[in-house]
Design a protein around this ligand. Structure first.
Ligand SMILES: *Cc1c(COP(=O)(O)O)cnc(C)c1O
Length: 811
């Protein structure tokens, strides 16, 4: 498909006329955005029709990626990029005196996710389509995405994210493809000719209406589908019969209770919310998604015996685990299959990714909650558990301990991770160390029993959004230096290694970095009226605020540095700008207090004239995909300082690396694999190892007070939290003091403090050698191809899903 400039311009102007009845002079910016986006959408939709046609005809296996979260961000820029329209569009808009960046910024982020897990799902969709793979997303169309964060008086305030206010050009509502999802009620069991039948009665019916979003591959003809489900009152239940009975209020209440299901994303990250509505969300989209998959399958095939040769269903964390009993229900109750056949199909179709080893994030539902909300599903889970425990008994006769540890239902709960392992054919962790800990510790019993199910798939990020789109200056420099092959083969970035010590390349790289820092500095000046020195080290920690990610460790280093500079104004340090960003779950007190601490410290330091601007601290409000795209290209230092063993993989670490930032981090998650790629000279590693951390948890031997008493820096800093050094009217920071000392510092902030400060000092000295620092940056960019999600998705496709590319022809 080649589109000429003239044609593009003409179509754009026609769009303005047909959609709004306006000329270019009359059109508002939002009109222009809508016209442009719908024009791009039209090009995409043609390819979408062709893709669906070929998928229907080809008979190739397709994968469905089920995820409660898809953190897509804005779509206009990435769609222009993948459709190869970026340059053309820029030229045309420039001729019309329109700034494309301003137009792009009018789009709301699709913020249907909390953090890494949701962004991973979005990167995977981009890679599937770009690799010609038949793979689709299935999730919820939340009316409100992750809350918008405002900082008021240093505190986080949450505002609703009304991202659909101006409509969503990219989605298509498909009411004819709606399905019914049933909640509550009871199950009537009958014996029909010697066969048990199960009839769900007295249930509450919810209509699931799909909204499809096209996912265009990069420079190919593939357009896959992200299907997001919206909950609506079923017509037959919400109609005039209620009115005629005079039950108007009841009818309205019912409508709201149904719509509540897809109303809002739960704002918790690495933590699970034990609420019925959350469980309802999970079953709602899983049931709707599977019903539509089965319906489509039946259009193509007569028998279910090939189901798992044609369809793979992937569950992103345990949130969609009810896919296992739901597929069993559909196959048995609706398709008339027996247990054994249904079980075989289900366990050959479903695969599962584990995202965390932290117990507070492992989902479990009280039996009664599950049974009353989903009576038939509960019966099936109960049967799965009975059969599984019998199998365990055969292998481990008499070993009650082990059997109760492994049971799917135990201690009054249904354990979702156990159900996910038992009912799937593949269980993967998301970085080598995470998979190792799963096998050896958290899921050891399961690994003993099903060793063949476990495998690793290290996470990845799409280099198209995170380098090509987010950092056009660096992308051009790379292409000018090694040619454009890296765009389709990201591992070709390794060809940059030749230029690691090349001074003219380094000069160019330094210019690019400085320009990107200057853009971020401008944003900071405009938004916060704060001047930052673009020649200072931009030291950045952007991610969800969570105790295990240890923003506190970063803060304590800043406090120590500040104390040292105040003590000795001539102290020779490289000027630094510490940049933070991230949201705290609204109910997570310590995380919210950490935000207040950062902002309080920032106001003290940024207003202290005696330190000659050597240190600045900035908290960027409302961290989101769009803000992230500004931040990574402008970063010098990537803070990846989680307590070893806790960060399953991390993906922010990969985005920084790809943009030439150098990591300071622990041996945790994918940091280890980053270190293995770039080598010890091109990363700053410090702190306890995962084995050391796990040993302390198992055997004790750490006392936070010992460090407080023996390290005067630590004592000073902790005392500054409570002695009025930091102005805070409510004495709140004593809660951080108490948390660390009276809770024995469960994430080893104090234990790792000294090693962290030493390593930061080393980093400071290294930064002064400009050429050496740039060499490190080049090594990081050159090795980042390994972390493109194209590689990750290829491994999933070959190793788990067994899917092959389908090459889509031009319409
Ligand atoms: C990549 C990304 C994350 C994940 O960051 P981690 O550092 O891996 O926790 C979270 N939020 C956004 C907006 C991201 O782009």
């Amino acid at each position: 498909m080649t589109i000429s400039k003239e044609n593009f311009k003409k179509t754009f102007l026609e769009k303005l006329a047909t959609m709004y009845g306006k000329s270019i002079e009359e059109a508002s910016d939002i009109d222009k955005y809508m016209a442009l986006a719908s024009l791009v959408r039209d090009y995409i939709n043609k390819k979408w029709v062709q893709t669906n046609k070929q998928y229907m005809e080809s008979g190739e296996k397709e994968v469905y990626y089920f995820s409660l979260e898809f953190l897509l961000g804005k779509l206009l820029g990435s769609n222009l990029l993948n459709m190869q329209l970026t340059e053309l569009c820029k030229e045309v808009l420039a001729e019309l005196n329109i700034d494309i960046n301003e137009i792009e910024n009018l789009e709301s982020d699709a913020g249907l996710g909390n953090g890494g897990l949701g962004r991973l799902a979005a990167c995977f969709l981009d890679s599937l389509a770009s690799l010609h793979l038949p793979g689709h997303g299935c999730g919820i169309r939340y009316k409100y995405g992750l809350f918008e964060q405002k900082i008021v008086d240093g505190y986080q305030v949450e505002l609703p994210d009304n991202w659909l206010r101006d409509g969503n050009v990219w989605e298509i509502r498909k009411p004819d493809k709606a399905v019914e999802v049933k909640f509550g009620g009871n199950v009537k069991v009958d014996n029909v000719d010697g066969r048990l039948t199960f009839t769900h009665e007295n249930y509450e019916s919810v209509l699931a209406v799909p909204y499809d979003i096209p996912i265009a591959g990069y420079n190919n003809n593939t357009v896959n589908t992200l299907r997001l489900w919206s909950a609506e009152a079923a017509k037959k239940d919400f109609d005039f019969s209620s009115f005629s009975r005079g039950d108007y209020m009841k009818a309205v209440e019912y409508k709201y209770s149904v719509e509540a299901i897809s109303q809002v994303l739960y704002p918790d990250d690495s933590y699970y919310e034990n609420r019925v509505l959350r469980l309802k969300q999970q079953y709602f989209f899983v049931s709707a998604g599977l019903q539509s998959i089965v319906r489509r399958y039946k259009k193509k095939y007569k028998s279910f015996s090939h189901f798992s040769d044609k369809i793979a269903i992937h569950i992103n964390d345990t949130h969609p685990t009810l896919a296992i009993p739901e597929l069993m229900r559909i196959l048995m109750d609706e398709e008339g299959m027996g247990w054994d056949d249904a079980w075989k199909i289900t366990t050959n179709a479903i695969s599962y990714t584990n995202h965390t080893i932290m117990s507070e994030a492992l989902e479990k539902w009280p039996i009664e909650t599950l049974r009353s909300l989903l009576p038939r599903i509960y019966m099936i889970i109960h049967e799965i558990n009975e059969r599984f425990c019998r199998e365990l008994w055969n292998k481990y006769p008499g070993d009650w301990d082990r059997i109760s540890r492994m049971a799917v239902i135990a201690d009054g709960y249904v354990k979702m991770a156990h159900l996910a392992v038992v009912g799937s054919y593949s269980v993967n962790g998301v970085a080598k160390i995470h998979t190792r800990i799963l096998k050896q510790e958290v899921m050891k019993d399961f690994h003993d029993f099903y060793p063949y199910k476990f495998n690793n798939k290290t996470n990845g990020i799409t280099h198209r959004r995170w380098l090509l789109k987010a950092n056009p200056l660096l992308s051009s420099l790379i292409t000018d230096t090694i040619g454009p092959s890296w765009i389709n083969h990201p591992w070709d970035l390794i060809n940059l290694i030749k230029y690691a010590d090349n001074s003219s390349f380094q000069d160019e790289l330094a210019k690019v970095k400085l320009q990107n820092k200057s853009s971020l500095a401008k944003l900071i000046k405009d938004k916060y009226n704060l001047d930052i020195d673009i020649h200072s080290i931009f030291d950045v920690q952007v991610k969800r605020i969570h105790a295990y990610k240890r923003q506190l460790l970063n803060v304590f280093h800043i406090m120590d540095l500040y104390n040292r500079v105040r003590e000795n104004p001539y102290l020779d340090i490289t000027p630094r700008t510490f940049i933070f960003g991230g949201k705290a779950a609204p109910g997570y007190y310590l995380a919210k207090l950490t935000i207040k601490l950062i902002n309080t410290l920032a106001s003290v330091i940024n207003n202290d004239k005696t330190i000659q601007d050597k240190i600045k601290v900035v908290f960027l409000e409302n961290y989101s995909v769009s803000l992230a795209e500004m931040v990574f290209p402008a970063s010098d230092v990537s803070e990846q300082i989680s307590t070893a063993s806790k960060e399953a993989s991390g993906t922010g670490n990969m985005k920084f690396m790809m943009n030439g930032a150098v990591t300071i981090g622990t041996l945790d998650g994918a940091n280890i694999e980053i270190k293995d790629e770039v080598g010890n000279d091109n990363i700053f590693i410090f702190g306890l190892t995962a084995d050391e951390v796990l040993n302390f948890y198992h055997y004790g031997g750490y006392n936070a007070w010992d460090i407080y008493n023996s390290d005067s820096r630590v004592k000073t800093i902790l005392n500054q939290l409570i002695n009025g050094f930091l102005p805070n009217a409510n004495d709140e920071f004593k809660n951080i003091f108490n948390y660390l000392l009276y809770n024995n510092d469960e994430f080893f902030v104090l234990k790792d403090f000294s090693a962290y400060v030493d390593t930061q000092n080393r980093l400071d000295h290294r930064f002064r050698n400009k050429s050496k620092w740039l060499t490190m940056g080049v090594h990081n960019i050159a090795h980042s191809g390994k972390f493109s999600s194209d590689g990750t998705i290829n491994e999933y496709a070959v190793g788990i899903w067994k899917i092959k590319p389908v090459f889509i022809s031009e319409e």
